[in-house]
Design a protein around this ligand. Structure first.
Ligand code: C2O
Ligand code: CU
Length: 636
């Protein structure tokens, strides 16, 4: 069972325990001793099952069970044990049920509920105050129940409750629960303080970390002007949408360059009220060119302008997008593709069919087409073909290439080492990610399928039709086992790591941009209250990213590709895999590493841009780098 499934099962068993204990209490209160006894047995069995699911989950990582082990289970088991001791005896004799027993049974239901709510509402990590609130709530609810049960006059002939004995027992159970839990809470580590990265004491402003001077020998300056404005555009499907565009088109104009060129882009904003910036997704530009509003620049308001300039030393498939209110702006169209081709190209490159294919969802229409909206292409038999697929959405897409064997030549712009040929194999492309698929044109049509719908056809000319295969059942390629291992520039499993950060992703109540929210959290906090990660230039940094939630989080660090080390404890065994956006699915634990060689203040966030907006975003800051920009709202 995957950890994600295990989390769901554990939630279900927790809910069942709430129901079972409450039902036992309610039936006992109605003096139906036989059913009550039966329900008590069920409640005990469910509680033991719960101990089991938590134990299995603990085997997947302490992050998944912390609040359950420290608070939920101790409270449940202590109050439950008292309930069994008192109510069990009463119910078995079949005599009248003492009200203490009823309160303890219901109290166990409250304890189970408090544990479940702590997991769902407070999330990770458990804090002492959350623990105390949960205990107080259970105690308060139990005492209130006692009062309610105590007040109605007992029917004639029934012995009245001895108020003091009953209060004593209920109170004792809660105190015992609190005590056990309190001992658990003592083991909570205190919040780690931010650690400074060390260094020389000199500081530099991101505003001074600006781009390149001159192109490399043989290169040129590639100048673009991108003007952001609202426009009505016609989708390849024929539908018209009101979009936010660069130059009146979606996607925006493709930005291309040859390795060593200088890219210079003038961004203007006509009428995008949110303001815009340009972030070069996956491209390791100097920090001042990174387009993070309020961090690396001020947002470009209507009438404003900003010039980006950087050298295109990195080849491959990338994209650009606004980083201001990006959950809205990117969705509505403020993005485009960025492709940099090598200066020394193989001889047969001239006849290659090279397509850049962003996939984007407008409202509910998913479009996969080249930047001009074309979905039909021809290539003569034996022509090499490269399809550069870019996921500009906030959710992953399933891709399949029907009609030909192919290779995944590059992931997130970086070439893989000796990628093998695959056939009838699907791919899952994370939000923000890119795959370059290559094949040699066969004598029948090739179809690129997205989410099981035909999207792009490449035909060998003539009238070649031919059946399209149905890829819906194809297995997914695991990139952690694809290609051939090769030397990597550092040993991130050995002693070389100089900084290690763990990010536990969850949902919970937290402050986001100054207001309380049911947030997407990193270590229990929302942006901008997530502490900065501090590094020094030259550090070898390792991230452990843990997903405790039931949603996928495509994790994206600006300014640095990360080398994937392992997923769920299993080491990456294929080609070195460098990614700038990797999908951390529910219950997954990823370890990645990178060398800190690009000084700056860098956004580090979930690329489900709605999640980033809901708090799942922080900054990685180099020692000695400061920012003069103070956006109230930095990015998503
Ligand atoms: Cu493509 Cu900060 O994002
Ligand atoms: Cu997310």
């Amino acid at each position: 069972m995957t950890t994600g499934q295990l989390i769901v099962v554990d939630h279900a068993v927790a809910l069942l325990s709430v129901v079972a204990w409450s039902a036992a209490g309610a039936t006992a209160a109605l003096r139906r001793t036989r059913p009550a006894l039966g329900l008590l047995v069920v409640a005990v069995v469910v509680t033991l099952a719960r101990v089991g699911t938590v134990a299995v989950l603990a085997g997947r990582g302490w992050w998944f069970v912390r609040e359950k082990v420290l608070l939920g289970l101790p409270l449940l088991v202590t109050v439950g044990a008292a309930a069994v001791a008192v109510a069990g005896a009463h119910l078995r004799t079949g005599r009248h049920t003492h009200r203490t027993a009823v309160v303890l049974l219901l109290g166990t239901g409250y304890a189970a509920l408090a544990g479940l709510l702590t997991t769902l509402v407070a999330g990770y990590p458990l804090t002492v105050s959350t623990g105390l609130i949960a205990i107080a709530a259970v105690g308060g609810a139990a005492l209130l129940t006692a009062r309610v049960l105590d007040n109605p006059p007992a029917p004639t002939g029934e012995p009245t409750i001895e108020r003091r004995r009953f209060l004593g027992a209920a109170g004792g159970a809660v105190v015992a629960g609190a005590g056990t839990t309190g001992v658990g809470l003592l083991f909570l580590p205190s919040e780690p303080a931010a650690v400074d990265g060390g260094g020389t004491g000199q500081t530099v402003s991101v505003a001074d970390l600006r781009g390149a001077g001159e192109p490399a020998p043989g290169g040129e300056v590639r100048r673009y002007t991108l003007t952001a404005r609202v426009a009505t555009v016609r989708l390849p499907t024929g539908r018209e949408v009101e979009a936010w565009t660069f130059d009146g088109r979606v996607p925006g104009p493709p930005v291309t360059a040859t390795e060593g060129d200088v890219i210079e882009v003038t961004l203007r904003n006509t009428d995008i009220g949110d303001g815009v910036t340009l972030h070069w997704h996956g491209y390791d530009v100097p920090c001042g060119e990174d387009g993070a509003p309020g961090v690396t620049q001020d947002v470009v308001r209507p009438g404003g302008e900003f010039v980006y300039r950087f050298r295109a030393d990195q080849t491959g498939t990338y994209w650009y997008h606004t980083h201001q209110a990006s959950h809205r702006g990117v969705r509505r169209g403020l993005f485009g593709t960025l492709v940099v081709t090598p200066r020394d190209r193989p001889a047969d490159d001239a006849r290659r069919l090279d397509l850049t294919l962003p996939v984007h969802t407008y409202d509910d229409t998913t479009v996969l087409a080249d930047p001009d909206g074309r979905t039909e292409h021809t290539a003569a038999v034996d022509t090499p073909v490269r399809l550069r697929v870019v996921n500009t959405d906030s959710v992953p897409h399933r891709l399949a290439l029907a009609g030909t064997p192919f290779r995944v030549a590059a992931v997130d712009g970086r070439d893989l080492n000796r990628p093998g040929e695959v056939v009838r194999t699907a791919l899952r492309l994370p939000a923000g990610g890119r795959y370059d698929l290559v094949f040699v044109m066969p004598d029948r049509p090739v179809t690129l399928v997205v989410d099981d719908a035909d999207a792009v056809h490449v035909r060998p000319g003539g009238d070649a039709g031919g059946p399209v295969e149905d890829p819906s059942g194809w297995p997914e390629l695991d990139l952690l086992r694809y290609g051939v291992p090769a030397a990597v520039p550092f040993d991130a499993d050995g002693g070389d790591v100089t900084r290690h950060f763990t990010m536990v992703l969850d949902r919970g109540v937290a402050m986001v941009d100054g207001s309380p929210a049911f947030a997407q959290t990193v270590n229990g906090r929302g942006h901008p209250s997530v502490p900065d990660q501090l590094v020094a230039e030259g550090d070898l940094v390792r991230f452990t990213v843990v997903n405790r939630s039931l949603e996928t989080h495509p994790w994206h660090l600006h300014g640095h590709p990360v080398l994937v080390l392992s997923r769920n404890g299993t080491r990456a065994a294929g080609s070195p895999l460098w990614m700038d956006t990797f999908d951390v699915r529910p219950g997954e634990v990823w370890r990645v590493a990178f060398r800190a060689t690009n000084p700056g203040v860098w956004m580090n966030h979930c690329h489900n841009l709605a999640h980033a907006h809901e708090g799942m975003m922080l900054r990685l800051r180099y020692h000695g780098v400061t920012t003069p920009f103070h956006g109230a709202h930095t990015g998503a």
